[in-house]
Design a protein around this ligand. Structure first.
Ligand SMILES: Nc1ncnc2c1ncn2[C@@H]1O[C@H](COP(=O)(O)OP(=O)(O)OP(=O)(O)O)[C@@H](O)[C@H]1O
Length: 322
């Protein structure tokens, strides 16, 4: 059950925005659609919501074919990056809106709004106007409003995209906890790999209108299906003929069986980690190799700028041929 997407194609004129998308999104999970800008994530989300039609293919929500069902009848909750709240209505009224237009009994609306205000930690702001809230509080109100109608799916399009890094981080932790409480099937669009890896149960990587890979955060990070997924999910560097993550390289000051040898040509400390650039001796592969170690490792190994070092993949790491 959950959401079943089969054979979706979408064109804007001659431009192929989505090509043969097949995807099963399980009930109750938080799934991220991740990929670079313009890859087609929002278009797919809008097709699930019914805000955009596809040129072919079907969308099923909880076992019901909704391909030709209008958006307002799909029972989906939607939150955009820039949430359009009713400016003249209080927070409580904004949250109640969906229930009131569905003509739910007054007491039920009141109780549900209280419950939601509590869920999104906005109880003391219920009588404020949206303009009197911070950006993060406004997005939490948007989520409460989307959840009010008890949607079968919650669709979030870069909901924290317009907020600063610290608030984003807080809200993504909060969203994860909220989802653990509410368990509504949620699809979350983001182009931020860290956000996707941290928040979601499963990830769908979309690039140029196609699905590159579907899997858990661990699957994608440790077993990327392509160079694209490998590079998109975190930093990579070239070691000999292979691509590898900089922290997966073993570095030694002593001669040993190695994939490459060279000199530490750059040394940057960022918080607890040290990012090294090693210029290889091999003139066939002259590009600097990035290596990341912790401060403690750098001290224990006695590394210094300018040292000759030997590099190889850490035990158990399988680099990808690139
Ligand atoms: N209504 C439209 N008319 C024409 N082209 C469109 C329309 N909507 C989207 N596109 C194009 O389709 C492609 C996919 O857009 P989409 O918004 O789905 O990408 P995205 O992955 O969500 O990117 P972003 O993260 O930047 O929002 C883009 O190249 C975009 O320019």
């Amino acid at each position: 059950m959950g959401i079943e997407i089969r054979g979706i194609n979408k064109f804007f004129g001659d431009f192929v925005a989505l090509e043969d998308i097949n995807l099963s999104i399980p009930s109750g999970q938080l799934t991220a659609l991740l990929g670079p800008s313009g890859g087609g994530k929002s278009t797919l989300l809008r097709i699930i919501a019914g805000l955009e039609s596809s040129d072919s293919g079907t969308v099923e929500i909880e076992g019901v074919d909704t391909t030709n069902v209008p958006a307002q009848k799909r029972n989906v909750g939607f939150v955009f990056q820039h949430y359009a709240a009713f400016k003249h209505m209080t927070v409580a009224k904004n949250i109640a809106f969906g229930l009131e237009i569905r003509k739910r009994p007054k007491q039920e609306v009141k109780d549900r709004v209280q419950e939601l205000l509590k869920l999104v930690h906005l109880e003391q702001w219920s009588d404020r106007l949206p303009s009197q809230l911070s950006g993060g509080q406004r997005q939490r109100m948007a989520l409460a409003r989307a959840l009010a109608i008890e949607p079968s799916v919650l669709l979030l399009d870069e909901p924290f995209g317009a907020l600063d890094a610290k608030v984003r981080k807080e809200l993504r932790d909060w969203l994860r906890r909220l989802h653990d409480e509410v368990h509504v099937t949620t699809v979350f669009v983001t182009h931020d790999q860290e956000e996707a890896l941290e928040v979601s149960d499963s990830l769908v990587v979309i690039n140029e209108g196609r699905i590159e890979q579907i899997g858990s955060p661990d699957d994608l990070y440790d077993r990327p299906a392509s160079d694209f997924v490998l590079s998109f999910l975190g930093p990579v560097t070239r070691l000999g003929d292979h691509l590898i993550r900089p922290h997966d390289i073993e570095i030694s000051r002593y001669e040993q069986a190695a994939t490459a040898t060279g000199k530490i040509s750059r040394w940057t400390r960022v918080g607890f980690e040290i990012r090294l650039e090693v210029t290889p001796d091999d003139t066939l592969h002259p590009d600097p190799i990035q290596v990341v170690v912790t401060r403690a490792e750098a001290t224990a190994l006695g590394l210094h700028d300018g040292d000759q070092v030997w590099l190889r993949p850490q035990a158990g790491v399988e680099p990808v041929r690139g």
